[in-house]
Design a protein around this ligand. Structure first.
Ligand SMILES: C[S@@+](CC[C@H](N)C(=O)[O-])C[C@H]1O[C@@H](n2cnc3c(N)ncnc32)[C@H](O)[C@@H]1O
Length: 237
């Protein structure tokens, strides 16, 4: 049965076809996290990644922050297996602990040292708005003072016409990619996924996010990069 939800662990090679700025989005996310700690002491960072998927974001974190201690969490065992394979290619010295758990449950049981960074890419838009609200509410408890929540994802920035133009571009990009592969199921699933993301229970408005984060202790919230449907949000706690 077609679900309208594409397998969330498609490889980065496909994701960059669907979203041509996928690598740049990651480069910018890493850069913004680095910039955030530019003036801080050089102590190795404790980083939590939410939703490792195929492991591309985890790989970027490992390369960009070689001294950091990184925890990456995913509720899908298959994603964890794939991310482990992807990151093992970096060598035995890499420092990452994969945790198979639900993100909210993990954050609620935060009987552990706080993180400097909680980061994620293209995962939060899959959460329902109620679930996302609960995650936003618990970030503070898991971040040390001065820590940052850095999320690269599909934010609805508030202008309907601009948003629809971006969505049109995205749907047509998907159709071109899958037509060239003659993959009609892939085409269907990805188009449905993007349309489902527009439903009120999934859409991720920037204004709501900002309100929820500042209501839960974020002292500064900034938009750092925006290309087509994707934007980087940085919230300092
Ligand atoms: C689109 S993938 C992430 C892709 C990855 N950042 C990348 O670009 O390589 C989203 C991942 O989030 C995971 N996920 C979704 N909801 C989750 C939840 N509530 N708790 C933990 N992981 C979740 C999915 O299993 C999936 O592997």
């Amino acid at each position: 049965m077609k679900t309208g939800n594409p397998n969330p662990i498609y490889p980065p090679e496909l994701l960059v076809e669907i979203c041509p700025h996928y690598y740049e989005l990651h480069d910018q996310l890493m850069l913004e996290i680095k910039k955030h700690f530019r003036k801080a002491s050089k102590k190795p960072l404790r980083i939590l990644e939410i939703g490792c998927g195929s492991g591309y974001t985890t790989t970027c974190l490992l390369i960009s922050f070689p001294d950091a201690s990184i925890v990456s969490i995913d509720r899908d065992e298959k994603a964890i297996r794939q991310a482990k394979i992807a990151t093992e290619q970096l060598g035995e010295h890499v420092q990452v602990s994969f945790v198979h758990d639900d993100a909210l449950l993990y954050l609620q049981n935060s009987d552990r040292p706080k993180f400097d960074v909680i980061t994620s890419a293209l995962t939060f838009h899959n959460f329902t708005k109620d679930y996302r609200k609960k995650i936003h509410a618990i970030l503070r408890k898991n971040l040390r003072t001065g820590g940052v929540f850095a999320n690269a994802d599909k934010y609805y920035l508030g202008n309907r016409a601009t948003h629809l133009a971006k969505l049109n571009w995205q749907i047509s990009q998907i159709m071109d990619v899958f037509a060239s592969k003659a993959d009609f199921d892939g085409n269907h699933d990805w188009v449905m996924h993007y349309l489902n993301d527009e439903l009120p229970q999934f859409r991720m408005p920037w204004s709501t996010t900002k309100k929820e984060l500042s209501g839960n202790g974020a002292t500064k919230i900034t938009r750092k990069f925006s290309e087509k449907m994707e934007t980087i949000l940085l919230a300092t706690f």
